[in-house]
Write a protein that binds this ligand. Structure first.
Ligand code: NAD
Length: 499
């Protein structure tokens, strides 16, 4: 973070429908992880900025909650349309600031468009429950009510998609928002906010405060007028979030880390499995919460799979995600690059075989950015750190097993429970996997990434605290149930007592 010269792309906070000026206080800058070039400058927020944003959101809530939900949905539809029109421009900006290859950046924007359309439709649903009452001439139903001001804190790896998972359901349900994006990638958060402004969202309903976790994030966690914290990030930060938010009894939804496994059984279609592993382990340079950082392989096919995987991955082209033909972009930062690289020694010292890669990639132009060679560890034991810890880089670890039962045990033998996959031709094994694997997301004959927005997204164990984003489940996070009884009998009727 530094207060360097302000370039053309400088953004202040967006509070109560007005853009502040970045120049009016401390700032920070982002840099392209592929080239090291500056991307944009942002205001560095403080607790005072959070106070202003919460006050604006609280005042706006009084009106927004009463806007008919179909009308709120129409604003989401307009936002979806505008996002679709700018898809290419936004994808390029995302690649510049975050580094993922353009094809994937387009997918990230598309996910935001899908979520905006899907949740826009909720404006005409938001289904409640209407049930029979046990007494005559009495009506019983439950309706969803908004919570109030929601604090949304997001990570850098899906700069548009993850904010939309949080913001779209919250808005359609009638909540107002204070939004803090990751300080490494605020550009798409700015763009999304501009889109809502253009789509006609009333002032104060969505407020953007940029800055660090310690300054802006902690102020959001502590603020007594915020009802919900929706957080996506690391398990370590998530634990801090949960602890701090408990002091003011906030609802907290956590989407945290993963150590996702692909199981490849002896009867699997190996070509199909290879496609799934390459895409799931090395897409987004392994920086997806659902990345396949473990491959649990039946010993009968271990050698063949290891050799063929090394051959495929060895051909992947590293580089700037805006360059045609590049398949793996940089990792997000120098610190993350060094952290990933530290696992090379950890894996070797524990006795895993380094099958491919293992180095920071710094040939030619790559030296300007943060690139790591795609890396495969083979012959690992399930207890090794490279098989247990989230590395969040282009690294996967192959763990041989002797049976289906052992594969399931190894798949479940980590602290996380986000995504898992099994490749098998045996329908009985597929159903056993569905029954016995303890994750929030499971794929049969497909890799661990590629969730669609109309199903619940999230995980078990240390991946979260029981909530889900996306699908109908997202509405449970951002609404409160109100059960309503209307007695039209004209007399006192006592539930559980009168016949
Ligand atoms: P991170 O935990 O470092 O940061 C996430 C967000 O929290 C950022 O906006 C950051 O500024 C903020 N933050 C940091 N300290 C804070 C504090 N003290 N108080 C409040 N906010 C604070 O995570 P990251 O490095 O940005 O993202 C990578 C992690 O996110 C990985 O562990 C990945 O698995 C996880 N992730 C999970 C999902 C999911 O849905 N399960 C999706 C994407 C990423």
């Amino acid at each position: 973070m530094s207060g360097t010269a302000i370039g053309t792309r400088a953004f202040g906070h967006y509070i109560d429908g007005k853009w502040g000026r970045a120049e009016s206080g401390p700032t920070f800058e982002t840099r392209n992880p592929a080239t090291g070039e500056p991307v944009a400058t942002y205001a560095r927020g403080t607790a005072a900025d959070v106070d202003r944003a919460v006050a604006a959101a609280k005042a706006a809530f009084a009106k927004w909650r009463l806007v008919p939900a179909p009308k709120r949905g129409e604003i989401l539809f307009r936002a979806a349309q505008l996002l679709a029109e700018r898809k290419e421009e936004f994808a390029r900006e995302m690649t510049e600031e975050m580094g993922k290859v353009l094809l994937e950046a387009r997918g990230d924007v598309q996910e935001g468009i899908d979520m905006a359309f899907y949740m826009g439709g909720e404006g005409r649903r938001l289904f409640g429950q209407q049930v029979p009452a046990e007494l005559p001439n009495k009506w019983a139903m439950a309706v969803r009510k908004p919570l109030g001001v929601c604090g949304m804190i997001t990570p850098w790896n899906f700069p548009l998609a993850i904010p939309t998972w949080k913001i779209m359901p919250a808005l359609v349900a009638g909540n107002t928002i204070v939004f803090k994006p990751a300080s490494l990638t605020p550009l798409l958060a700015v763009r999304l906010t501009q889109i809502f402004e253009e789509a006609g969202l009333p002032a104060g309903v969505l407020n953007l405060v940029t800055g660090t976790g310690a300054e802006v994030g902690d102020a959001i966690l502590a603020h007594p007028d915020i009802a919900l914290i929706s957080f996506t990030g690391s398990t370590e930060t998530g634990d801090h979030v949960a602890g701090e938010a408990a002091r003011t009894r906030k609802r907290v939804s956590l989407e945290l880390g993963g150590k996702n496994a692909i199981i490849v059984m002896d009867d699997a279609d190996l070509d199909l499995a290879l496609d799934g592993i390459v895409w799931s382990a090395f897409g987004t340079s392994g920086q997806r919460c659902t990345a396949a950082s473990r491959v649990i392989v039946h010993r009968a096919v271990e050698r063949a799979l290891t050799d063929r995987l090394a051959e495929r991955v060895g051909k992947l082209r590293l580089g700037n995600g805006l360059t045609d033909g590049v398949e793996i972009g940089p990792v997000i930062s120098r610190a993350q690059l060094e952290r990933i690289n530290s696992y090379m020694a950890i894996g070797r010292e524990e006795g895993a075989e380094l099958v491919l890669g293992g180095r920071i990639a710094d040939d030619g132009d790559l030296a300007r950015g943060h690139f790591h060679e795609p890396t495969i560890f083979g012959g690992a034991k399930a207890t090794m750190r490279v098989a247990q810890e989230e590395i969040f880089g282009p690294v996967t670890t192959l763990i041989p097993v002797d049976s289906f039962a052992e594969a399931i045990e190894v798949a479940n033998g980590v602290q996380y429970g986000l995504s898992a996959a099994i490749y098998t031709a045996d329908v009985n094994r597929a159903f056993r996997a569905m029954q016995d694997i303890d994750t929030g997301i499971l794929y049969v004959n497909a890799g661990t990434i590629g969730a669609e927005i109309q199903l619940p997204f999230g995980g078990t164990k240390a991946t979260g605290n029981g909530h889900r984003e996306a699908g109908q489940a997202a509405l449970d996070v951002v609404t409160e149930w109100q059960s309503i009884y209307v007695d039209y009998s004209g007399r006192l009727q006592r539930a559980q007592i009168d016949d």
